[in-house]
Design a protein around this ligand. Structure first.
Ligand code: ADP
Ligand code: F6P
Length: 321
């Protein structure tokens, strides 16, 4: 193996730059040449490669976002588009491709490998932490802490005004971010896409909180489970005497200075990814399981789903008494 390429794909996440830096520095240290590909799979298609050296990745370990930019490129599902990508990689004599991205990017990587048997490695990066085969994805810890800082501020005004606050966090398809935020923020209720609920159940719980003497309550809702403004409006309509307000945290969860955990995870993933490729692995994701780095076959990653931690949902209920 002499030459690799690295790209960032799908929704960005804090720590992607740390991972890019680690891939480049490890590869150069082990005698490989490294290309960056701009804007994910679209850059592969448009032959938008940049030479990367050690100085290219200086000063980015503490920067959110990705110097390689990222986009969503659904056209990559098209075989002819993938074929052009394959030709561009071969023309540059690239031996393997590192894809830093989420569950969609993992599906894209697997599809590309199946069609062309081109060695690929996925480094899991997503604030949703919804990728099978790894306990943590790059960016998740930073996003949780960003959300937590905002919610602690909201808690101050919720208590002062004795209000109910409905706070919408990211997570279009999964509630892993919402669950961790709810536990750490001490929220009374968490609403996630994987569990159905009725507004009557929400109000029943809030009324019970009031009977327990709670002067304010926090409801965390993942965006895929509902809209905070609608839930707050329904509480105001149906709960006499209650004052409900809402906040949508939105894209602040996708940026910011990566935390210690995010930086170290990204650095270890990037280093491990290059070493596994050199060892001959060709269709895998680098994951961490019980604090151990481990390659996971992409076939398994894309065909399995991460389970919702039921015990954490129970703990949220038990803490809200
Ligand atoms: P994320 O990686 O953050 O989940 P996306 O779901 O947008 O973000 O996936 C990133 C990119 O991966 C997509 O824009 C598309 O280019 C590619 N992709 C996603 N799913 C597939 C698939 N089933 N086959 C081929 N490419 C895919
Ligand atoms: O996949 C990460 C994520 O931030 C989701 O939590 C969110 O629903 C989605 O990306 C937003 O996608 P976009 O950046 O394309 O609006």
């Amino acid at each position: 193996m002499k030459k690799i390429a690295v790209l960032t794909s799908g929704g960005d996440a804090p720590g992607m730059n740390c991972a890019i830096r680690s891939v480049v520095r490890t590869a150069l240290c082990l005698g490989l040449q490294v290309y960056g590909v701009m804007r994910g799979f679209r850059g592969l298609y448009e032959d938008d490669f940049v030479d990367l050296n050690s100085r290219s990745v200086s000063g980015i370990i503490n920067k959110g976002g990705t110097i390689l930019r990222t986009i969503r490129f659904p056209e990559f599902k098209n075989l002819a588009v993938q074929e052009k990508c394959f030709e561009n990689l071969k023309e540059k004599k690239v031996d393997a491709l590192v894809i830093i991205g989420g569950d969609g990017s993992s599906r894209g990587a697997y599809s590309f490998y199946k069609n062309f048997r081109f060695p690929v490695c996925v480094i899991p990066a997503s604030i949703d932490n919804d990728i099978y085969g790894t306990d943590f994805t790059i960016g998740f810890d930073t996003a949780v802490n960003t959300a937590l800082e905002a919610i602690d501020r909201i808690r101050d005004t919720a208590t002062s005004h004795e209000r109910i606050f409905v706070i919408e966090v990211m997570g279009r398809e999964h509630g892993f971010l919402a669950i961790e935020v709810a536990i750490a923020a001490g929220a009374e209720i968490v609403l996630i896409p994987e569990r159905t609920f009725t507004i009557e159940q929400v109000i029943k719980k809030l009324e019970k909180d009031r009977q327990l003497g709670k002067v304010s309550s926090l409801v965390i809702v993942a965006e895929g489970a509902g809209k905070a403004h609608e839930i707050a409006a329904q509480i105001n309509e149906r709960m006499p005497g209650a004052e409900a307000r809402y906040s949508v945290l939105g894209y602040i969860q996708r940026g910011g200075v990566p935390t210690y955990q995010t930086r170290c995870l990204a650095t270890m993933f990037g280093n491990h990814a290059v070493k596994c490729l050199i060892d001959g692995l060709d269709c895998f994701m680098v994951g961490v399981q019980r604090e151990k780095l481990c390659p996971v076959r992409l076939e398994e990653v894309v065909s399995c789903s991460k389970e919702i931690p039921e015990e954490k949902l129970k703990i949220i209920e038990e803490m809200a008494t």
